[in-house]
Write a protein that binds this ligand. Sequence first.
Ligand code: NAP
Length: 318
Amino acid sequence: MLNCLATVLGLFICVLLLFMAAPYIRRYMAGGVCKSTTKLNGKVVVITGANAGIGKETARDLAQRGARVIIACRDMAKGEAAAREIRAETRNQQVIVKKLDLADTKSIREFAENFLAEEKALHILINNAGVMLCPYSKTADGFEMHLGVNHLGHFLLTFLLLECLKQSAPARIVNVSSLAHHAGRIRFHDLQGEKCYNWGLAYCHSKLANVLFTRELARRLQGTGVTANSLHPGSVHSELVRHSSLMTLLWKIFYFFLKTPREGAQTSVYCAVAEELESVTGQYFRWAEVLDLLWWGRRVQLRCFWGVRIRGVGKVRL
Ligand SMILES: NC(=O)c1ccc[n+]([C@@H]2O[C@H](COP(=O)([O-])OP(=O)(O)OC[C@H]3O[C@@H](n4cnc5c(N)ncnc54)[C@H](OP(=O)(O)O)[C@@H]3O)[C@@H](O)[C@H]2O)c1
């Protein structure tokens, strides 16, 4: 009886302490705010998956700075609604929506073709769109969905827009990865997860691919005036967990400890505009902090992966 009372009292004290500490934990989780006052008038920005979550808030911030923002998304209705909201709030009429489905290389090529025909320059490309915890499925071209959308789609898009970025230099490529990349591996023997598939790990593998891609791309772009960096936005309350009821529930319960999408967009904005990052390239950011966690094995994977990937998406040349 006494033991039971002690347990209940202990639990009560823990919950009480958690509630008392909540505002401090919340402030810590919110992370930093991009303080750069850089204006982007006359600059052209493409953000993938900017109809929702972190991407939408990144678009809002860059539109506020005067950029011409192209929301590249697969759901045109959601994209138009986001663009209308951003145009009304920022009074920037240069926020437009273009169709891009990263799960279909035909759509990616069409997007790039239209972009190159209509726009004169590209100064910032933010590869933000992503999927997480999807049941096993494949893209239109037969790639496993996480690898196909989160990485290969962005890989192809970047290469199709690369000459334009080089001609518009100084220009920046920002790849939104995740802390989850630490649990990722490049499984050369089973890249499409056909022999063994785990929906959580598939996300981690694709996010590792984002980091490795950024490293190698930055190396190949040395001297062109185009930089490439990747980042972890933090744990953000968004629609990313929609495919898992458990994660959706956990996201609701721990809502208070998660970043808002606007807070989550700060690292993307920082990488896109901060003056001090003008010539910083090939890095992985967690807020304004550079983390170098690529150990030797990962560096070897990087070189091998580059070759495999180029074969995967057809003809692309740097
Ligand atoms: N939220 C987090 O805690 C967290 C943590 C680490 C990293 N990240 C990364 O942050 C990025 C943004 O995620 P978020 O949290 O903002 O999630 P979100 O609200 O679900 O936004 C993801 C965006 O990607 C788009 N997208 C998905 N599949 C696409 C496709 N085939 N073609 C084009 N667009 C597609 C979605 O479009 P629809 O609306 O049409 O689905 C949506 O606009 C992702 O790369 C994610 O991996 C997020």
